[in-house]
Design a protein around this ligand. Structure first.
Ligand code: EPZ
Length: 424
């Protein structure tokens, strides 16, 4: 169980290169199961979650060749199983994304129901509703769910909630279904668009990804391709807030500005200077941030994955902010830990009332989930003295070489305990 030990109060200055998007590469690697031949994925982030999904593919019989740390070739020509190992699905709920590709490719998929996690129960009912609409027979029992269909047929699905995972799983399954599928009230996240672009590069026929209505016309089979994933907008947003909370000046390279619009708008309201420059996105802050209200929403609204991080920044703002979390039912686990550092936050149902304080105080704290860990590191970067953030195995799931990137921008941070391993 590792921890970060950091000495804060130092304005960050320098350049940070953003890695590939975790939430794009996970569904894209799952989708590589759909091709009968080789797919090469480039720009991959070196993350624990990527290691886990590669182990899942390997267990299903795919051949993986690691070309270098950010490139892997997957050959799914001879799959041997349609049931990913429980201990891997338990470890990472995104493993559930192999269900759609297995159902489409093998006619059957048996996956253990992903457990809940710190931020919520994380049900998969919308995924299963979509598979049923494509003609699959669903059965559950002993903690697993099985989907079976000789040949999937195109259907029409209305998602009660624009679930990212359900949109992705159904889209993948529909690529090989007979006829046309319509997903209505679909998720519009950039990672959904990246997956659709990857599938179309494999010969799929998907239109409307990134809008509320996605149309998939089934094809007989999909071929291999080479594809580079988009940069990680949540990693980028986290470093934007690192610049703001330390009153520093960071240049972020390898970002897609369009994907960051909701966050940029909010940070500018707080008085943060954000400028699109030749070499990248420049983020500067010279004063105490203004308090603002934040409401998380599905894309293109303010991303829930940036809620803990902006809460850390608002804890130090001049004034009172209201944060409303509409996407997950329990995504305030970081509040108790921020309060240990002196933040003044009151939770009322799905809202958090944040009274800004002039400074936080250093304290040992514990990450409960990926983005909560990021928020605590941001709090520590802004605070004089030594802050210890425990439970960094959560952070390693979503941030490539965090301490190295921060140290290169002047942060005093070191990792004690677990070190990151190779991808596969
Ligand atoms: C994806 O999770 C991301 N993970 C999450 O990022 C992100 O927070 C989330 O989308 C929302 O943007 C990956 O892409 C691997 P959802 P996902 O299905 O697909 C409810 C991070 O920090 N729901 O859009 O699981 C669900 O309970 C992670 O990088 C159902 O009710 O999210 C939740 O309240 C955390 N039934 C809401 O929808 C379903 O069948 C959003 O979930 C599916 C979801």
């Amino acid at each position: 169980m590792g921890r970060f030990v950091l000495e804060g109060g130092i304005p960050l200055r320098g350049t940070v290169r953003i890695s590939g998007a975790k939430n794009a590469v996970l569904p894209i690697l799952a989708a590589s199961l759909l091709a009968g031949d080789k797919c090469t994925i480039k720009g991959m982030p070196e993350l624990d979650d990527v290691r886990t999904i590669c182990l899942v593919l390997d267990a299903l019989g795919a051949q993986l060749e690691k070309n270098d740390s950010t490139r892997v070739t997957v050959h799914s020509g001879a799959l041997v199983s349609c049931e990913p190992p429980y201990e891997l699905v338990r470890k990472m709920r995104a493993s559930f994304l192999v269900m759609g590709p297995l159902l489409a490719r093998m006619g059957k998929a048996k996956v253990s129901l992903p457990g809940g996690c710190a931020i919520g129960t994380r049900p998969v009912d919308l995924h299963l509703k979509g598979f049923e609409a494509l003609g699959a027979k669903i059965s559950t029992g002993h903690g697993t769910v099985q989907a079976e269909a000789k040949r999937l047929k195109g259907g029409r699905i209305y998602l009660d909630f624009p679930s990212v995972g359900a949109t992705e799983n159904i889209m993948m399954a529909a690529t090989l279904a007979q006829g046309e599928t319509l997903i209505e009230n679909a998720a519009e996240e950039p990672e959904v668009v990246d997956l659709a672009n990857f599938l179309n590069a494999m010969g799929a026929r998907i239109k409307g990804a990134g809008t509320k209505i996605v149309k998939i016309t089934g094809v007989k089979d999909l071929h291999g391709t080479t594809y580079t994933v988009i940069p990680d907008r949540i990693e980028a947003g986290t470093y934007m807030i690192a610049a703001a909370i330390t009153r520093g000046d960071l240049l972020l390279q390898n970002v897609i500005i369009e994907h960051l619009k909701p966050l940029i708008a909010k940070l500018q309201e707080m008085g943060v200077k954000v400028k699109d420059e030749e070499e990248g996105l420049r983020v500067r802050m010279g004063r105490r941030p203004r308090a603002v209200d934040v409401k998380t929403l599905p894309y293109p609204g303010f991303p829930t994955d940036m809620q803990p991080q902006i809460m850390a920044l608002l804890s130090l703002a001049r004034g009172t902010s209201i944060i409303i979390e509409t996407v997950f039912e329990n995504r305030f686990m970081h509040v108790a830990e921020l309060k240990r550092m002196g933040a003044n936050i009151r939770i009322e149902g799905r809202s958090a009332v944040v009274e800004g304080v002039p400074r936080l105080t250093a304290a040992p704290v514990r990450a409960t989930d990926l983005r909560a860990g990021a928020a605590l590191i941001l709090g520590g970067l802004a605070t004089e003295g030594i802050t210890e953030v425990n439970g960094i195995e959560h952070v390693d799931r979503g941030y490539v070489a965090l301490e190295k990137k921060l140290a290169a921008a002047g942060a005093r941070i070191k990792r004690v305990g677990t070190a990151e391993g190779p991808i596969i």
